[in-house]
Design a protein around this ligand. Structure first.
Ligand code: SF4
Length: 383
């Protein structure tokens, strides 16, 4: 890293441990290999020492985000050690966001006490469904009653409690999806994320689908579920602020907004990608390879790129289009010194003519039709 320049004010930590691997999951993690946790903590310290060698200590940041895997799979004493190590390098500024992803099972009082004592103020729970048969299909290890109980317990002590939900689960119907949405809205949640199930190559679900054991949800039904989430959650007071994310106003995920605003961030842990001073480096994804590299005291990047100014500008457009508020065109020109018209005028016009995007009040944003196929509309802006 270079000195003499401003350092990011957002930090991500990847904690790659889970009890077991759910059939649809292709995240960077190891399942049922808790004996690697002490090595992980040691290696994380080495990575922090190396990557932050020019950063004043502790560096004050606005957001700290621990994702996974399941960060709360770590035992209370390991969580304590993790946060203590991080505290040597980063300090959260007053009013900052300290977010941790968690699963409903295993989130006991001991762990909650550690999270609370270290200042965590946002917990994002991997609930996925409030229908037990769907949880079973998804190979989740908790039950609906457990998730509801945990949400109550967590929200009593933490300002911002969120839940992730999945639509397009094999066997799910619009009625059962409604049941999950109704349950979420009846609980003290401040944030809801909804994701369509994908069958990623390399996952057990991908193989089972190929073998005809699992059937995906027809596109039209998935679209209906997504639309239903948008309408229902908005009616129940959740603002739809990003393609997949809804929040009670003021409870939007500030860490993720850093990504969507194309700002820079630190990141640590296997598979984590950081973006600092225009350079993006992505750590090797294999947990054991990352551990091996840091045991020897060496970084091991899978990707290392310095973004050219045009790439930065295009990326900023693509990320901002994920936000319902879209891209502020004047701000864009000021920041990147280029007019969007010169960069991708044709793409923008095609999207607007097809009613997939619109320009109003000086902002370019996706329409509702554009949202339904957000990934493909947004990817047009790449080239
Ligand atoms: S709990 Fe989450 S991160 Fe862990 S295997 Fe399941 S889906 Fe993946």
């Amino acid at each position: 890293m270079e000195s003499g320049k401003a350092w990011p004010s957002a930090v991500y930590f990847h904690v790659p441990f889970c009890m077991h691997r759910c059939g649809y999951c292709d995240f960077t993690l190891v399942a049922n290999r808790d004996r690697l946790i002490p090595d992980y903590l040691q290696c994380l310290r080495k990575e922090l020492e190396h990557e932050c060698r020019d950063v004043p200590r502790p560096w004050s940041v606005r957001t700290l985000f621990f994702g996974g895997g399941t960060p709360t799979h770590l035992a209370a004493k390991d969580l304590e050690q993790l946060f203590s190590i991080v505290g040597e390098f980063f300090v959260l500024e007053d009013g900052g966001e300290f977010a941790v992803e968690a699963n409903p099972d295993g989130l006991d009082e001991e762990r909650l006490n550690v999270l609370h004592d270290f200042g965590v103020n946002r917990i994002s729970l991997g609930v996925q469904s409030f229908v037990d048969s769907e949880l079973k299909t998804l190979e989740r290890t908790h039950r609906t009653s457990e998730a509801k109980d945990v949400i109550h317990r967590v929200s009593e002590r933490f300002t911002n409690t969120g839940a992730d939900l999945i639509f397009g689960v094999p066997g799910q119907t619009l009625a059962s999806w409604n049941e999950s949405l109704e349950s979420a809205a009846a609980l003290p949640l401040k944030h809801v994320s909804t994701y369509g199930l994908t069958f990623e190559p390399g996952t057990a679900f991908f193989r089972r689908k190929k073998a005809g054991e699992l059937r995906g949800t027809p596109e039209e039904a998935e679209r209906e579920m997504y639309l239903r989430a948008i309408q229902f959650l908005q009616q129940r007071g959740f603002g739809h602020y990003e393609v997949s994310n809804f929040a009670v106003p003021g409870f939007e995920c500030r860490h993720n907004l850093v990504y969507w605003h194309a700002d820079e961030y630190f990141a640590f842990g296997p598979g984590a990608a950081r973006y600092i001073h225009g350079r993006r480096t992505t750590n090797v994804r294999r947990v054991t390879q990352w551990l091996k590299a840091w045991t020897q005291g060496e970084p091991c990047y899978e990707e290392d790129e310095r973004l050219a100014s045009e790439d930065k500008a295009r990326e900023a457009i693509m990320l901002a289009l994920r936000l319902r508020a879209g891209l502020d065109l004047k701000e864009f020109q000021k920041r990147f010194g280029v007019d969007i018209e010169a960069l991708c005028g044709d793409t923008m016009r095609r999207a607007v003519d097809a009613a997939l995007a619109r320009v109003s009040d000086g902002r370019l944003a996706l329409t509702q039709d554009g949202l339904m196929i957000a990934d493909s509309v947004i990817s047009e802006f790449l080239a």
